[in-house]
Write a new protein. Structure first.
Length: 639
């Protein structure tokens, strides 16, 4: 199921000693589900265990998204692997069916598709794509790609391929244990006309105690990934001329190595996240890892350098939205600062162009996957976006140990710092990143962002050797913080807005004071807020502010990061309970009602990368992971 609730089916059946069971999918309805015993979700793998009829099946989905290897990270594919063994001391005759729907290649099922079978070395590859192929021809939020081609590939020596109508092939296998090796000739045709699927059958023969493994690689070649001011950009994996044939053959050959590397990465990252935040925190971050990546596109510029673009899912589909990059980037500042830089380069470059005529940072660059710029100023969040850019640039500098990255755009950063100097302390009536809550004047949390962004600019000045300006902005930030504490004070906590007594809000922006060692606010401010938040906690988390029971899971984890270890886990536990027990069948919802387990909201969004912010509080651990990024001094084409 696509995150927009449109079907994009993968199906799998298993036949054991003449009886058929479902492993994936709800069809055929008269075929029973094979009992699932467990599920383990790890950063690069989801591992399902099934067992019945004397047979154990391990079904593993692996996406080799290794952050220190962008060649692997950018591979547009997942491995689906079946490991089958007998557990009752007997041999069992086993066959497996797998299919990938043509739904993956269309925006709507009324679109017509074409398909074919190709020989790629030792692989048989099946592919499907739209007849029209409108490459980079449309954009939007509730929108699915309808150009390029979906592929399913398997070893020719182990598989029997077919392309045909979904229901026909499912019924053939469920009733007979086999399918005809055909390529349906009735094409092109609409996806909703006897939906064509790419299918394989694996006849394993008699399976004993020794594990028998079979695999399908599901891939998508989008051909071009992003339209950048009229110029189509290749996906990163294609930057040196790679083709789908090269992609799939290399992926098949490198699977053993990639599997070992993914296992090592998953084990080490889970261990460190558990050490830093506990088991529940590690589980939440593992579930967020691939969701964050899947909500972005990695393209290559004219120099072959990475450009990483967010899509603002479940919202308006904006591309390179600064207040989406801001909550996402902690994951990349921690794991691979190059990817964090690659999210900002296009924004910085546009802000430096003659098209952007405003004193504040931009909000976004268009609607995914088409970048046009917002020459009219776009969605007005001037304090929000200016503060976001300064804080992220300083965080990247901390990861790098220098401020070299920002040098080409230093005048833009200076302009944004001057803007916040004039307008950040007491923000006018405007939107912040929580724009679904509406405009708000004198926003106390937004003011915190502006104050810390001024300090972050001062920090960058210090790294660049300009101690005079550094001291000026640090002093300004400290004076502003003292003023803030007076006008925001409201008894045992701080206000939502300076002019609104008896209100409160999560002051999640305050977390950067600790992470970047800015030391602008006394530690008592965070301690006071944390103590108060514990008194207004709901069953499934901390509400965003006093106006609502809605929460943002990313901001809640930022807020929790300001607490000590014991209280951090106190904040994390209700978020874990929501994700574990909600009845909403979506990717992680970063917004939901904290008193309603059946609620959901914005989901499938890159902002869940912000869950990793806790990892930035351990300097040694941060350095260990960030130092794995070997891509230094990149020369982007647009700078």
């Amino acid at each position: 199921m696509h995150w927009t609730h449109h079907e994009q089916a993968l199906a799998s059946l298993i036949r054991i000693d003449g009886r058929t069971y479902r492993l994936m999918g709800a069809e055929p309805k008269d075929v029973p589900a094979f009992p699932q015993r467990s599920l383990q979700v790890l950063p690069t793998r989801s591992i399902y265990e099934f067992e019945d009829a004397g047979v154990h099946v391990t079904l593993t989905f692996m996406t080799p998204a290794l952050p220190h290897d962008l060649n692997a990270f950018s591979l547009p594919l997942s491995y689906i692997t079946w490991d089958v063994r007998s557990v009752d001391g007997k041999s069992h005759k086993v066959s497996i069916y797998s299919s990938t729907s043509s739904e993956l290649a269309v925006n709507t099922p009324a679109e017509t598709v074409k398909w074919g079978k190709l020989k790629m070395g030792t692989l048989t590859a099946l592919r499907v794509g739209t007849q029209a192929q409108p490459i980079l021809g449309s954009s939007g939020d509730d929108h699915r790609i309808d150009w390029g081609y979906a592929y399913a590939a398997a070893l020719s020596s182990e598989s029997k391929p077919a392309i045909g109508a979904n229901q026909t092939l499912l019924e053939d296998f469920s009733q007979k244990g086999d399918i005809p090796s055909i390529v349906d000739a009735r094409m092109p045709r609409a996806v909703d006309d006897n939906t064509p699927v790419l299918a394989f059958v694996f006849h394993l023969g008699e399976v004993g105690a020794k594990t028998v493994e079979r695999q399908v690689i599901v891939a998508y070649d989008e051909i071009y990934a992003i339209k950048y001011f009229g110029t189509p950009l290749r996906p990163y994996w294609r930057r040196k001329g790679a083709t789908p044939s090269v992609l799939l053959q290399t992926a098949s050959k490198e699977y053993p190595s990639l599997r070992n590397r993914c296992e090592k990465f998953d084990h080490e990252l889970m261990a460190d996240m558990t050490k830093e935040g506990g088991d529940q925190y590690a589980q939440i971050c593992a579930a967020a890892y691939r969701e964050c990546i899947a909500a972005c596109g990695l393209a290559a510029d004219a120099n072959g350098q990475p450009l990483f673009f967010t899509k603002e899912n479940t919202s308006n589909g904006d591309i390179a939205t600064v207040d989406v990059i801001y909550p996402m980037d902690p994951i990349w500042i921690f794991l691979n600062p190059t990817l964090a830089k690659a999210t900002l380069v296009s924004v910085l470059d546009y802000a430096a162009s003659p098209h952007w005529k405003f004193p504040n940072a931009p909000h976004d660059l268009g609607t995914y996957p088409i970048i046009t710029g917002r020459d009219d100023g776009g969605e007005g969040m001037p304090v929000e976006e200016s503060g976001n850019m300064l804080l992220l640039c300083d965080a990247i500098a901390h990861a790098d140990g220098n401020a070299n990255f920002v040098t080409p755009w230093w005048s833009q950063l200076t302009q944004w710092a001057d803007y916040l100097k004039n307008y950040g302390l007491d923000p006018e009536n405007q939107l912040c990143t929580d724009d679904f809550m509406g405009h708000l004047a004198h926003n106390a949390n937004l003011s915190v962002k502006a104050i810390l962004a001024l300090a972050a600019y001062g920090d960058l000045c210090k790294m660049r050797g300009d101690n005079t300006t550094a001291q000026e902005f640090m002093a300004l930030a400290k004076n502003d913080a003292e003023h803030w504490m007076k006008v925001a004070a409201d008894g045992y906590h701080y206000k939502l807005a300076f002019d609104k007594p008896n209100t409160w809000s999560q002051k999640y922006n305050l977390v950067w004071d600790q992470i970047l060692h800015l030391n602008i606010f006394p530690s008592s401010v965070a301690q006071k807020e944390i103590a108060f938040y514990k008194t207004v906690m709901q069953p499934y988390g901390l509400p965003l502010d006093s106006r609502t029971h809605l929460t943002k899971a990313d901001w809640s984890i930022w807020t929790a990061t300001m607490a000590d270890d014991k209280d951090f886990r106190f904040f994390i536990s209700p978020i874990y309970d929501y994700l574990d027990h909600t009845t909403v069948r979506d990717p992680i919802a970063d917004s939901y009602m904290t008193d309603d387990i059946h609620s959901g909201g914005m989901h499938a969004r890159p902002v869940v990368g912000g869950f990793f912010i806790k990892m930035l509080t351990n300097s040694a651990m941060w350095h260990k992971w960030a130092s794995g990024d070997k891509m230094k001094n990149l020369k982007w084409a647009f700078t």
